[in-house]
Design a binder for this molecule. Structure first.
Ligand code: HPA
Length: 234
């Protein structure tokens, strides 16, 4: 048991998928895992454990934004010995080369978050994913004919942007904006674990277009298969 996760020892797998939305965690458990059991309901931040292709997998909601994700992922790494964590989320596209519904495998995460400056002060850390998970996900996407772009994302503390900082990061190659990956990658580095963010472009910051609810559902399913196949590999 930890402060925000009410699970007994052994109830959480060492491989965990991380959607922001706890209802997504429930949906994933009910539709993609076998024999899924809920291990956490504290604050409605559901966590489930089941099996996928015979391997034990958990799925834990993280909430929105880096401070919220930081709480859940720290507890998963520190108290539940989680080894592999894959965020499954959405992003706003900031690249002409990342179309709506396409998948971004974030090979780095730029951030405006003070979590980084509180940790590193004037030094700058490079939040990057596990090469192993990235390599596995990229190859799996190729195998199943799914277009997956590999580029950095921006993890902003703002959803309703007040400053358009993303425009600078776009110039340096960032392709999507979301709110969590930099902290996930930094915690994985801190605890010596593996992490990756798989993001589908749900809307375009460039032209204001957005996916429909039905499109999001289809894309979401494809992304889930990719994330699950990646997390159970090896
Ligand atoms: N900003 C932050 N997170 C997001 C966005 C966005 O525009 N779109 C989807 N997730």
């Amino acid at each position: 048991m930890s402060t925000h996760i009410n699970a007994p020892e052994g109830a959480i797998a060492d491989r965990v998928l991380l959607p922001g939305d706890p209802l997504r965690a429930k949906f994933i458990a009910e539709n993609f895992l076998e024999d899924a059991k809920c291990y956490n309901e504290v604050r409605g931040m559901y966590g489930f454990t089941g099996t996928y292709k015979g391997k034990k997998v958990s799925v834990q909601g993280t909430g929105m934004g880096q401070p919220s994700l930081s709480i859940y992922v720290t507890e998963l790494f520190k108290f539940y010995n989680v080894q592999k964590a894959i965020r499954v989320g959405t992003c706003g596209s900031i690249s002409e080369d990342l179309k709506l519904r396409e998948v971004l495998l974030a090979n780095g995460a730029c951030t405006d978050s003070s979590l980084q400056s509180q940790r590193f002060g004037l030094l700058h850390f490079a939040p990057v994913p596990s090469f192993n998970l990235l390599y596995t996900a990229y190859n799996r996407a190729k195998e199943i004919g799914m277009k997956a772009k590999v580029a950095p994302c921006v993890s902003s503390d703002f959803f309703y942007d007040i400053n358009e900082n993303w425009k600078l990061w776009k110039k340096y190659g960032a392709a999507g904006i979301e709110m969590e990956s930099a902290e996930l990658y930094t915690l994985a580095a801190q605890y010596g674990r593996e992490a990756l963010s798989i993001l589908t472009a749900s809307d375009s910051i460039l032209d204001g277009t957005a996916t429909t609810a039905e499109e999001r559902q289809t894309t979401f399913k494809e992304m889930m298969m990719l994330a699950l196949d990646t997390i159970v590999a090896e």
